[in-house]
Design a protein around this ligand. Sequence first.
Ligand code: ADP
Ligand code: MG
Length: 240
Amino acid sequence: MIKTENLTKSFGDKQVLKGITEEIQAGEVVVIIGPSGSGKSTFLRCLNLLEEPTSGKVIFEEQVINKKGTNIDEIRTKMGMVFQSFNLFPHLTVLENITIGPTYIKKVSKQQAEATAMKLLTRMGMTEKANVYPKSLSGGQQQRIAIARALAMEPKMMLFDEPTSALDPEMVGEVLQVMKDLALEGMTMVVVTHEMGFAKEVGDRILFMDGGYIVEQGTPEQVFGNPQNERTKDFLSKVL
Ligand code: ADP
Ligand code: MG
């Protein structure tokens, strides 16, 4: 579904991605782990061109997308992104947060967008929150709405950047459950997380990043059970 070829990204003279060649298959759940500052967010943001790669290629559905003439808005509708900070529009209701993308960007009728939004709210167990504003919701509820908002665009894949890191501990589970359900439905997902339980249980493949490289990857059994690289071992000894 998406691949990168020798992807690099520099900020000024600081190279933070040092040549990443990677491929993510349709239906795969890839979990990226690694220490803070290793380039996980930058890699994710290069996939949907929130960051412009410095060199190398990002190839989405067989098309090189980091080149002149790419319709970035169209690409982004196909890749839903969920951030650590929920980024809901504070002045819009929950329902409006979910319908604004489909109606304004995809030109779906308001009626149709609302029907889709209510289905998503049902699935999140949050129909009664349709007409409230985000500030009245808990962090876990806001993050579930952020996921619903991304799904309303009917993306081909979903990118998650530490979606539970800003949540109180008791709310982490409800967000991970929504992500797990999505994975079971076959959504292609790339997830940066420190939730090692989720990584083990839901990940098809684990990428360990350090210093701008993917230094090790494999199945959860391989990476957690029998890490090969010293840096992976060191990282896992601190987080497990
Ligand atoms: P991670 O998500 O693994 O913690 P990041 O991808 O956020 O790592 O960051 C990797 C490195 O790139 C860090 O050293 C960070 O300070 C730097 N960096 C990230 N974004 C920017 C930016 N917009 N400008 C300058 N430096 C940045
Ligand atoms: Mg990050």
